[in-house]
Design a binder for this molecule. Structure first.
Ligand code: C5P
Length: 227
């Protein structure tokens, strides 16, 4: 079927931390007029709820109870960014703190958490064409996505990008600490029991090291239009 005849299309963009997934996914969605869903933000919001409730990220029964009670809402802004609300409060900035990044992979490794969030992600994607970014979109959440991308970049480039993000938000972390934290998170995410970070067999791998954001976006937009 030609792309122009497609009524609905889903694009999955998976890959390790700092590979540029969120920015690229948002811009691809904007160019194509699709909905954008940042699934990492959902796991981060649950990690924030865990921190706020003073629960240990290793306390499985408490986290299973918490996920049942959390009211998580995602809204798309005019500029295509996702705003995330936890129990009615906008937590979009709070979830980017390094304290959240440090525990989110542990929180994301509970079946109770993944069942709720994967269900929500599928439900949101069912409304029409969408670009979802995460770790397990092409493998678990939307295994039938028409276009699957796996973005990669060297650790040095990814640490530099994350550092720029954190500096913008006023947090100070040394580049060495940041690279170590990213490596640890990637390692945990790759070993996740229920939704490991992994390229789907039919995913197209793009190394973004020597590419600008616009080049990556253009490549994915072009791929989405192939017959
Ligand atoms: O994409 P981002 O770096 O914001 O994701 C934060 C964390 O959420 C990841 O490190 C991973 O532990 C978890 N995650 C996941 N599955 C997804 C998206 C994110 O397990 N689909």
């Amino acid at each position: 079927m030609k792309s122009a005849e497609r009524l609905c299309m889903h694009i999955s963009i998976d890959g390790p931390a700092g590979a540029g997934k969120s920015t690229v996914a948002r811009l691809v969605a904007q160019r194509l007029g699709y909905t954008y869903l940042d699934t990492g933000a959902m796991y981060r919001a649950i990690a924030l709820a865990v921190l706020q409730a003073h629960i240990s990220s290793h306390d499985a029964p408490a986290i299973a109870e918490l996920i049942k009670k959390c009211d998580l809402q995602i809204k798309t802004e005019i500029d295509g960014t996702n705003k995330i609300y936890l129990d009615g409060k906008d937590v979009s900035a709070d979830i980017r703190q390094q304290a959240i990044s440090a525990i989110v992979s542990d929180v994301a490794n509970y079946k109770t958490v993944r069942d709720v969030l994967v269900d929500k992600q599928r439900q949101m994607a069912s409304h029409g064409s969408a670009v979802l970014d995460g770790r397990d979109i092409g493998t678990v959440v939307l295994p039938d996505a028409e276009l699957k991308i796996f973005l990669i970049a060297s650790l040095a480039v990814r640490a530099k990008r994350r550092n720029a993000d954190l500096q913008q938000s006023g947090e100070k972390v040394s580049p060495e600490q940041l690279a170590k934290a990213i490596e640890e998170r990637d390692s945990k995410d790759a070993k996740n029991t229920y939704g490991p970070m992994r390229a789907a067999d039919d995913a197209i791998i793009i190394n973004t090291d020597n590419m600008t954001i616009n080049q990556v976006v253009q490549k994915i937009v072009d791929l989405s239009k192939r017959p």
